[in-house]
Each structure stands twice: as structure tokens, then as C-alpha cells.
Design a protein around this ligand. Structure first.
Ligand SMILES: Cc1cc2nc3c(=O)[nH]c(=O)nc-3n(C[C@H](O)[C@H](O)[C@H](O)COP(=O)(O)O)c2cc1C
Length: 399
């Protein structure tokens, strides 16, 4: 990471955990990019909850178990994966770094991890497929224009995307105040403060406008926007679809033979409806705290969903995973594996493909060490018995 970044090594912190990558990413990126990645909706209560909820869970180690040989392998929807961490779909990844989705997919492939490409990706499905040999899944929004969805499905199929992840928590776009304050919108609203910040990051500025503007799915809209305003109007019209319903999911189920997952479910009621619609898996998620502020932490919602449908479909979870132990806690609560959103973008910002690989390596090492310390040599053997009682914060003077 250091060599690629071409930075004086004395000024680069040692990269020992995901938070170290976050710190380096914040140094490399202008404020507008940091806020786009790190920000959440409204007062960011759910954003904070995602991380805090993992911290509250405690672990129960068993000792004098032979842990000399360990395995992180597992299966996700029948697919063998080398790492129980998938890369979450994140739109406009080139805002974080010029390697974009191609760099992320290559790093994931090197770790035997699945890369989930966003509908709003910076790089096209075809470019990512051509550059990376690993397992590729595609994320889709239930937009109103079905002709666009059909064309995207064809492209995902042709590129060999194994599973389809349908994100359902964006009927309207969450209120991200940081973006609004920075004028990060389509079309951009230039603020002096933001402009000065951007000019002090010339390397980022050289590639980023194309990242923000790149919307390869527009090829499928059958429209060639003639300018920024038309482009912006089109993207904004497509992005949110307040009229989408379970009928749309049934429509999609009929058109996609492979594994279908719903992403964004937080309740037992929705999980049951999803199963009735024939989904194969559910990603319990609150969109990284970027949509409904006040929604529960994803890891807290996982228990409710697992109780309702955990024996019928596979569950995944994302939101706030920052440590190897978080991955183990998620597995103990019923998830096959987790997805990480911001962590891979920190890696991308810090050092391109090598940075993403570095973040995945840290998670791999942390999971491996935790399995040894817990006395559970195989990730597949992790179950609810690794969890202790949630810890509570003791307020001084109340005991
Ligand atoms: C910058 C950014 C862009 C995102 N774009 C998408 C997207 O296009 N589609 C989607 O389903 N989720 C999107 N998400 C949500 C992630 O897939 C994931 O649910 C979330 O980041 C998980 O939380 P974490 O960042 O704490 O790991 C995005 C998240 C971030 C941070």
C-alpha cells in the first residue's frame, strides 16, 4: 500500500486494523468524498448503532481444544468461499479510488471472496468480469422502468453473475445531511468551501468527476443524456421508486433462475413475505445507516429474522462489521457470512487493489486468530454457544 501510494513511509501509519485504513483514507480524500462514504442518514443514530451493537456482544472462549489447524471456509448459497466476508455493493466506488470496482473484484478474487457489484457501480459489469476471475454477484434496485431491469439482467447473466441481490430499502433516498451540506448531489451544487477542498486534492480531482458521472446503466435506458442536467434528471428519476411492491419481486423471481437474495430486510414480517416470493437468501441490512435513521442495528435485527425464517433461507448481514470477531458474532446469530461496505472503500482509498486486499487480509487474520482463541478451529462450527450475555454500560453512581 505504501509503495503504491508513493508516500513517504514515515508519514503513513501502520495499517493494523480496519480503522487504520479509515484514517489513511480520510487523509487521502477530500471532505466531500469522506462524507459521502462515511456519512449516514439524518442524525446518524443507526450508523453508530451498527458498530455499537457488535461491541455490546461478548464472546465465550473454550480452552484446551486443539486449534493447530484452522479453517475459515464456508458455503454461501451452495458456493464454497475462502472467506466468510463478501464485498457489499457500493455505488460510485471511484469516488474512493481510481481502481474502483475492478480493483475491489480483483482483491476479492485473490481472497476467494464474493464481490457484489452495485447497479450504481463506477465500472460496468463487463469490465469487472473481464478483469476479475472470482465470484461475482449483481445488485439490482427495483426501478419502475422494467425494460432497463431486463437489460441489466441479461448483462448480469451474460457476465456469469451467480446471484442477484435485490435492494429494497430505497423507496426514496435517505436524507444524508453531510452530502447536502457539501453540495454532493446530481447535478453537483458547488460550494466555495467544497471547491477549495477539492482543489487541494488534485490527484483525486483528476479522476473523480468521471466516477460521479459514470452511470453505465444509462446505456440501458435507451436514452443518451445530452448534458449534465438531463443526466441528473434521469438518474434521480430512476434511483428511487416509491411505487415498488412485492409484485415487482415476484416479477423478478420469474426472470432470474439463479439464487435471489433480498437486501435491506429488518423484520420478521418482511422476511416471511420474501420467503413466500421464493427468495433464496436475505441480507439483513439497514444500508449502512444511510436510509431510515432510527432503524435497529443490523446485527440486532438478525435475531428476529433468523427466528422467523432462518431454517428456510440463508441469511447474511451487513452494517458495522469492522473486526474479525464481528464476523464470528454474526455467524453465531444465524448469518452464513457478512458483507462489508465502507471497509473495502477505505482500502480502495488507501491503496487501490492492494489496499482492498490489505483490508480483507486483516479481517482474515482477525477471524483466524479469534477462532483459535475461542477454541473453535473451524468457522463452520461456530454456533450460538460462542456468545455470552450482552454487556451493558454501567453508569457510575447507579450501582
Ligand atoms: C458509499 C456507499 C454506497 C453504497 N451504495 C449502495 C448501492 O449502490 N446499493 C446497495 O444495495 N447498497 C449500497 N450501499 C450499502 C452497502 O451495500 C452496505 O449495506 C453497507 O455499506 C454496510 O454497512 P458498512 O458500510 O458499515 O459495512 C452503499 C454504502 C456506501 C457506504
Amino acid at each position: 500500500v505504501r509503495a503504491r501510494a508513493g508516500e513517504d513511509w514515515r508519514r503513513v501509519p501502520e495499517l493494523l486494523c480496519v480503522e487504520d485504513y479509515r484514517r489513511l483514507a480520510r487523509r487521502r480524500l477530500p471532505r466531500v468524498a469522506v462524507d459521502f462514504i462515511d456519512g449516514g442518514a439524518d442524525s446518524e443514530v443507526t450508523l453508530r448503532r451498527n458498530v455499537e451493537a457488535f461491541e455490546r456482544l461478548s464472546l465465550r472462549p473454550r480452552h484446551l481444544v486443539d486449534v493447530s489447524s484452522r479453517s475459515l471456509e464456508t458455503t454461501v448459497l451452495g458456493e464454497r468461499v475462502g472467506l466468510p466476508v463478501l464485498i457489499a455493493p457500493t455505488g460510485m466506488s471511484r469516488v474512493a479510488g481510481r481502481g474502483g470496482d475492478v480493483a475491489g473484484a480483483r482483491a476479492a478474487a485473490a481472497h476467494g471472496a464474493v464481490f457484489v457489484l452495485s447497479t450504481m457501480s463506477s465500472d460496468s459489469i463487463e469490465d469487472v468480469r473481464a478483469a476479475a476471475t472470482g465470484s461475482l454477484w449483481f445488485q439490482l434496485y427495483l426501478w419502475a422502468e422494467r425494460s432497463i431491469l431486463e437489460r441489466l439482467l441479461d448483462r448480469a447473466r451474460a457476465a456469469g453473475c451467480r446471484a442477484l441481490v435485490v435492494t429494497v430499502d430505497v423507496p426514496v433516498i435517505g436524507n444524508r445531511r453531510r452530502d447536502a451540506r457539501n453540495g454532493f448531489a446530481l447535478p453537483p451544487r458547488v460550494r466555495w468551501r467544497t471547491a477549495a477542498d477539492l482543489l487541494s486534492h488534485p490527484r483525486w480531482l483528476a479522476h473523480a468527476p468521471s466516477a460521479v458521472g459514470a452511470a453505465h446503466f444509462l446505456d440501458d435506458a435507451g436514452v443518451r443524456p445530452s448534458g449534465t442536467m438531463e443526466h441528473a434528471r434521469l438518474v434521480n428519476r430512476l434511483l428511487a421508486n416509491p411505487g415498488s411492491s412485492w409484485r415487482d419481486l415476484t416479477w423478478l423471481r420469474d426472470r432470474w433462475d439463479g439464487p435471489l437474495l433480498l437486501k435491506g430486510t429488518l423484520t420478521a414480517e418482511d422476511a416471511r413475505l420474501a420467503v413466500e416470493c421464493g427468495v433464496d437468501g436475505i441480507v439483513v441490512s439497514n444500508h449502512g445507516g444511510r436510509q431510515l435513521d432510527g432503524a435497529p442495528a443490523s446485527i440486532d435485527a438478525l435475531a428476529e429474522v433468523a427466528e422467523a425464517v432462518g431454517d428456510q433461507v440463508e441469511l447474511l448481514v451487513d452494517g458495522g462489521v469492522r473486526h474479525g470477531t464481528d464476523v464470528i458474532k454474526a455467524r453465531a446469530l444465524g448469518a452464513r457470512a457478512v458483507l462489508v461496505g465502507r471497509p473495502w472503500l477505505y482500502g480502495l482509498a488507501a491503496g487501490g487493489e492492494a489496499g482492498v486486499a490489505g483490508v480483507l487480509e486483516i479481517l482474515r487474520t482477525e477471524i483466524d486468530r479469534a477462532l483459535a482463541l475461542l477454541g473453535r478451529p473451524r468457522f463452520d462450527d461456530v454456533d450460538a454457544s460462542v456468545l455470552g450475555k450482552p454487556t451493558t454500560t454501567i453508569i457510575p453512581g447507579t450501582t
